[in-house]
Design a protein around this ligand. Structure first.
Ligand SMILES: Cc1cc2nc3c(=O)[nH]c(=O)nc-3n(C[C@H](O)[C@H](O)[C@H](O)COP(=O)(O)OP(=O)(O)OC[C@H]3O[C@@H](n4cnc5c(N)ncnc54)[C@H](O)[C@@H]3O)c2cc1C
Length: 351
């Protein structure tokens, strides 16, 4: 295997971890026993001594040849400058009421993963759980990675957790057998990490990770800062759901919802997110986000042939429904995506 860049764990430590640029995707942890996450902090526990490593090469914050990755995924490179390569953009939601209710918005991601599992397209999925969705979760604010193998497990992971989680830390375990077909749901940084790994080691990671669903993501919060912020204001609540409708950040608890002005939440964003230009998970098979003007629905971007197949099957199964994305809203979506890119370019120019 020839690695794209001749660098390894020491370089990862110097260029990413020590610079506060790690987005805690979990990719390096998933392929190396010497890298761990302590809560959301990724650390190299031992010096493996190798000069070149997949850990450096898969990191979403090390140099990335996007054109090469796009060619590998989509077979072509032409793309929309704001949203990346796509076939079509729709509004979508789960048809099952229970899935809709447990989902963040329309429950599209949950419905698609359940449908792909039932169809045997995948037999496991890397997901992110939290908010005491299982008894083992002690801290309602700290999401954890989960390898879900059936619909029950997928439903237990529904809902957005706005702190970073090293979901990909279970990737090695997920693909350890060639019969395993793993789906991945992740933030844009996580999608990029898996795509880089597929490029580095296609024999293992292309065929064994046949489906990647990316979330739209402007930023994730620092768990540590978020927890301290809430602790300074009283008891850490029992969280049911977190949402960001317009101006506020809202924590729905078993009691009264807690509203935090967005200006205060901004202080808690992970520094790595300020340098991520990708709002819509441009390298995913399918990308799913909110629909701000229609909150029970999702915005769905169908990007790859595999993504289209998964959507066609979910429609055949009656797992999701689609409607047209209003053409007059497309510019707003594109503006949000290109503003993120512009912000990153401006930060990099100032450095
Ligand atoms: C940190 C973060 C920031 C986001 N920012 C935006 C935004 O700015 N604009 C926008 O339109 N949408 C954003 N989203 C996406 C949005 O919140 C929904 O996840 C998306 O619309 C899918 O909705 P759904 O109803 O299909 O979700 P569901 O069916 O509930 O599925 C949600 C899926 O997300 C996964 N997930 C939850 N939390 C995380 C996490 N921290 N890391 C990785 N995977 C996770 C779960 O495993 C689950 O499978 C963000 C999501 C996250 C996690």
């Amino acid at each position: 295997m020839k690695l794209p860049v001749n660098k390894g764990p020491e370089d990862l430590k110097k260029e990413v971890l020590e610079q506060g640029l790690c987005s805690c995707c979990g990719g390096c942890i998933g392929i190396c026993p010497y890298i761990k996450a302590v809560r959301e902090k990724v650390i190299i526990t031992d010096n493996c001594g190798i000069k070149e490593g997949k850990c450096y090469n898969l990191c979403p914050h090390t140099p990335t040849d996007n054109s090469r990755l796009e060619k590998g995924i989509f077979g072509a490179t032409g793309k929309d400058p704001a949203l990346g390569r796509y076939v079509s953009i729709k509004q979508s939601r789960a048809t099952n009421r229970r899935v809709q209710a447990s989902g963040q918005y329309g429950g599209t991601v949950t419905a698609l993963i359940c449908s792909a599992l039932e169809r045997g397209e995948i037999n496991r999925t890397l997901l992110t759980q939290g908010f005491n969705q299982r008894k083992a979760d002690k801290d309602p604010l700290l999401p954890t990675a989960r390898l879900a193998k059936n619909s029950k497990g997928v439903l237990e992971c529904s809902g957005s957790k706005y702190t970073a989680c090293p979901t990909l830390s279970l990737l090695g375990e997920a693909v350890n057998d060639k019969r395993n077909m793993t789906g991945v749901v992740g933030r844009p940084c996580q999608v990029t990490a898996v795509r880089k790994l597929q490029d580095i080691e296609p024999e293992t990671f292309r065929s064994r990770v046949p489906l990647i669903i990316g979330l739209f993501c402007m930023w994730a919060l620092s768990y540590r800062d978020f927890k301290s912020f809430l602790a300074a204001r009283g008891r850490i609540p029992s969280v049911r759901k977190i949402d960001i409708p317009q101006e506020d950040f809202v924590i729905f608890t078993r009691g009264k919802p807690i509203r935090i002005p967005f200006e205060q939440i901004k202080e808690l964003i992970r520094p790595s997110c300020e340098l991520c230009p990708d709002f819509t998970s441009e390298l995913a098979d399918l990308s799913v986000g909110a629909t701000e003007f229609d909150e029970d629905w999702n915005t769905l971007i169908i990007r790859s042939k595999k993504g289209q197949e998964i959507i066609d099957q979910a429609l055949d199964d009656g797992a999701i429904e689609l409607k047209e994305f209003p053409p007059e809203k497309l510019e707003i979506l594109k503006r949000a995506a290109s503003d993120k890119k512009k912000r990153v370019r401006a930060i990099l120019k100032r450095r």
